[in-house]
Design a protein around this ligand. Sequence first.
Ligand code: ADP
Ligand code: MG
Ligand code: MG
Length: 211
Amino acid sequence: MALGREFVADWIARSAQAISEHRSELITLDREIGDGDHGENMDRGFTAVAVKSGDLPADATPADVLKVVATTLISTVGGASGPLYGTAFLKGSQAVADRAELDGAAIVAFLTAARDGIVLRGKAEVGDKTMIDAWTPAVDAAAAAQAEGRSEAEILAAAADAAQSGAESTDPLVARKGRASYLGERAIGHRDPGSVSTTLILRAAADAAAA
Ligand code: ADP
Ligand code: MG
Ligand code: MG
């Protein structure tokens, strides 16, 4: 079943809930290899997103809602991750503009454009120990699931599972982008916080699609 505006609203609500529940975990991860603000930044941003997206008119499309997510994240999250997540949702919303509902192809288009937006802004590659280590496997897994003709919920579950593995894959890495890159080998053994928040957001999407 294609996913409409209610799906996007549920996705946002579940993301805000998950980020809030994992706030201190994200703070701890960012304290280990960054400046400790990722949980606070993301919680502030998604709390604002949940409020702002509720103000939209009833005929708003998924892309309209996703654009509000983008602008709200850009203005409230701050740090490195605010502009990156903001660009992700902005490019993703443009990729699904004017669709009343998101089918599997639209979901893959959204995820691909979101990831490409992050890369355009942050210039990270897989293996640099950033949120891209979660996003790129997620995009690849979603595209593979879509090519197999799987449902929207299955496509998003495949993306979330791959993001989770991708986040785990950052543990042994030295960071080449972001604050953690200042630490050199001291970043080894710690998970990248942005890859964990990405996993939470994609898992929220999968849960919303399955609900
Ligand atoms: P800051 O580092 O400015 O305090 P946050 O703590 O909110 O910002 O976000 C840190 C996260 O941002 C990192 O864990 C990483 O996933 C992500 N990040 C940082 N720089 C980049 C980059 N150039 N490309 C992709 N992601 C990045
Ligand atoms: Mg930080
Ligand atoms: Mg900071």
